[in-house]
Ligand binder design. Structure first.
Ligand SMILES: [Zn+2]
Length: 121
């Protein structure tokens, strides 16, 4: 069980994007049930709700982005946004921390796990 460490904003964005596709897929399934108005409208509503919630998630990312801290990644020298005390670089997935206290602790452990995962594959 290796946990891939990725940037939080990117992760939420991927989730919102997949919600749109899931919503469209559900609505598309509804077309196959044209004969039953009830089943078709059920799929349409569920699909629409999925797309709608993705819009809400996108709005949420916008709010989080204003709170995110802009830092220059020491590994790839690109400006990335991080949420919370520990987050990964958006571009090279390098784990970053704002809290010097965390630098030797939890932060390192995750990094080691990632390294072990990379060696195996
Ligand atoms: Zn980077």
């Amino acid at each position: 069980m290796a946990i891939k460490y990725s940037n939080k904003i990117n992760k939420i964005r991927t989730f919102a994007l997949s919600l749109i596709f899931i919503g469209i897929a559900i609505m598309y399934i509804g077309i196959f049930f044209r004969t039953s108005m009830l089943v078709m409208s059920f799929f349409m509503i569920v699909g629409f709700l999925a797309v709608l919630s993705s819009a809400l998630v996108y709005g949420w990312i916008g709010m989080l982005s204003t709170k995110a801290v802009q830092v220059t990644c020491p590994s790839c020298n690109k400006v990335t946004k991080m949420l919370g005390r520990v987050d990964a670089c958006m571009y090279c997935k390098e784990p970053l921390t704002l809290d010097p206290e965390l630098e030797g602790k939890e932060f390192d452990e995750k990094y080691n796990r990632k390294k072990g995962f990379m060696q195996k594959s």
